[in-house]
Design a protein around this ligand. Sequence first.
Ligand code: SAH
Ligand code: MG
Length: 216
Amino acid sequence: METTWQSVDKFLESLTAPDDPVLAAAVQAAEQAGLPSIQVSAMQGQLLHILARAIGAKRILEVGTLAGYSGIWLARALPADGLLVTLEADPKHAGVAQANFAAAGLAGQVDLRQGAALDTLPTLLPEFAAGFDLCFLDADKPNLPAYFEWARKLTRKGGLIISDNVVRNGEVIDGQDANSTGARNLLQTLGKTGNSTVIQTVGSKGYDGFALTIVE
Ligand code: SAH
Ligand code: MG
């Protein structure tokens, strides 16, 4: 049964993010390759895009590429000399994403690095000494707190860290699985830093949330 929020999400999408052949082709390529359909929704992708534009992001880091759907929304927010660095562990996902970025005309602005993110993140410190303007954390959830610590080191002062899937249908409160525990540990850390908020989201991808942190 379709919930009200799913119908509203479709309605909003039809108004503010109408047919986009590039994004539709990216999703189709992911489906054809048998990738899981766990990318952000269109409205969430559009939120990422708007936030990146609002802060004038020129350097964006994404952890967890999948097929490049959120990456396309983010890379489209960049100026011509901007860069999205996106990290993906699974070689199959990385291959589909690389092709999707190329088909989107974004190959020149996207630097996809295949490998476990915790191995790649330390290598970015010397390379991106000026820091990223925005980090989007969306890989495996048990490592969310570790990704967040790296993102803090890699983001410039005043930059934005967005952590995805931190509400988990409410399971963040007391869920005992590794994903819920990872999200809860992250939120407990954020609570101590005092410069974060969480937006609960509902829509075609169910009930979840983004944590937003300003790096001080
Ligand atoms: N951001 C994407 C969805 C990412 S899904 C979008 O919204 O379009 C999560 C991705 O993280 C998967 O592709 C998975 O392979 C990848 N992943 C899981 N563990 C990882 C790790 N340790 N390092 C890097 N990527 C990882
Ligand atoms: Mg996600």
